[in-house]
Design a protein around this ligand. Structure first.
Ligand code: DAT
Ligand code: MG
Length: 149
């Protein structure tokens, strides 16, 4: 089953939206297999956002993600990467579809609430960066036969 890495960023935590993010992913049918609350240090932030090094918004992005704790999670499901990014909405909240998290709860790209992996390959890399193997919980969910065909 596909896995993806998800963050509720500092603005989402500060605004009390952790539950909202979890709730939307849960009711979509995705399954949480790991979660932890993390004060992100500069080293982890730089590794996580290494692909954005050199971009004009890089310094601001590092400052933002290290400014206050985040909720780091791993979610699993069929096409989990695409499903989670669809639920998050476009990077720029003003381009996000109504009904998505970024449309419904954000206005600016620099305060867009969440991070989600953009490919299964990057998902695995991000999961390895943020979690130890023994923090990933394999569990069977009673409702799976009503969600997964
Ligand atoms: P996403 O988070 O949708 O995967 P991304 O990987 O392109 O988007 O960028 C990572 C984060 O960097 C994004 O969530 C917010 C910030 N960001 C991206 N483009 C930006 C821009 N033009 N100005 C300011 N911040 C930006
Ligand atoms: Mg991205």
């Amino acid at each position: 089953m596909e896995r993806t890495f998800v963050l509720v960023k500092p603005d989402g935590v500060q605004r009390g939206l952790m539950g909202e993010v979890i709730s939307r992913l849960e009711r979509r049918g995705l399954k949480m297999i790991a979660a932890k609350f993390v004060a992100v240090n500069r080293e982890l932030a730089e590794k996580h956002y290494a692909i954005h090094l050199g971009k004009p918004f890089y310094a601001g992005l590092i400052a933002y993600i290290t400014s206050s704790p985040v909720l780091a999670m791993v979610w699993e499901g069929p096409d989990a990467v695409a499903a989670v990014r669809q639920t998050m909405g476009a990077t720029r909240p003003t381009e996000a579809t109504p009904g998505t998290l970024r449309h419904d709860f954000a206005l600016q790209v620099g305060r867009n609430l969440t991070h989600a992996s953009d490919s299964p390959e990057n998902g695995e890399i991000e999961i390895e960066l943020w979690f130890e193997d023994n923090e990933l919980v394999s569990w069977s969910r009673e409702t799976d036969r009503w969600i997964l065909e």
